[in-house]
Design a binder for this molecule. Sequence first.
Ligand SMILES: Cc1cc2nc3c(=O)[nH]c(=O)nc-3n(C[C@H](O)[C@H](O)[C@H](O)COP(=O)(O)OP(=O)(O)OC[C@H]3O[C@@H](n4cnc5c(N)ncnc54)[C@H](O)[C@@H]3O)c2cc1C
Length: 266
Amino acid sequence: MFEFNYVKAKSLSEAQAFVAANPDAKLLAGGMTLIPTLKQRLAQPTHLVDIGGLPELRGIEVKGTQLVIGAASQHHEVATSAVVKKAIPALAALADQIGDPQVRNRGTIGGSVANNDPAADYPAAVLALDATVVTNKREIAAGDYFQGMFATALEEGEIIVSIKFNIPKRAAYEKFPHPASGYAMAGVFVAEGAKGLRVAVTGAASGVFRWEAAEKALAKKMSVDALEGVELATDDMNEDIHATREYRANLARVMTKRALQKLLAA
Ligand SMILES: Cc1cc2nc3c(=O)[nH]c(=O)nc-3n(C[C@H](O)[C@H](O)[C@H](O)COP(=O)(O)OP(=O)(O)OC[C@H]3O[C@@H](n4cnc5c(N)ncnc54)[C@H](O)[C@@H]3O)c2cc1C
């Protein structure tokens, strides 16, 4: 680990001013991704600005037709929140499947969405639920937010304050976890909202994506057999020591079927 200074921000405006004045400072939330990165000397920030306890980034509430989750909410809080369980039970179930108890007690939804790991779970829910990422500067639609592997629309120093999820009629999440980390080898969130059914796939490709061919097939007939033969390009899938492209594409297809079965039974 390289040396750095630790700063605990007392307010969102203080954190904002600090990162603006120190371009090599980094925001710290749960540290579940950032600390291992520092340990491996893959980043050398001058300061870590701790935003984990900021009151502006906390709170889980329903506002009209949306569920608003503060960026500093830990995965365990989302998984066990009565508000989330009532509004979007599939989102609580997703949070409950992230990593292990240690990770769920420290890691935050804002950190996960900011990091945009291609195998992270939350991005699938954010995209399928057509959510909005609220920052200290603006609101970003999910469709514009995710820009590929670890890439997002966030500008340098921009801070996620909350995520606004549209409450769906029904939704479900299914993932095939990597046996060691729990990260998704393929995870699929399906959500039936006001504009129809959306299918978002994480873990299988370089970033979360909507499986639009499946959405079209399901718009005609919402049943598992409607997915038979629907095209899913294997060229775009990840290939590594854990799985071939074809295996990942098949996993995505199987997870979609399972998620749909769950949604239809809800
Ligand atoms: C062993 C292990 C297993 C895991 N398994 C899974 C899994 O199964 N599924 C899964 O989805 N994830 C998994 N994770 C990742 C975990 O969910 C992390 O919590 C998450 O990736 C990062 O959240 P954090 O709060 O710890 O962020 P940090 O590590 O503190 O920060 C991560 C990055 O986001 C930035 N950041 C943090 N908060 C904000 C904010 N509000 N606004 C802007 N930028 C911000 C930081 O500057 C940093 O660049 C795992 C992690 C570990 C260590």
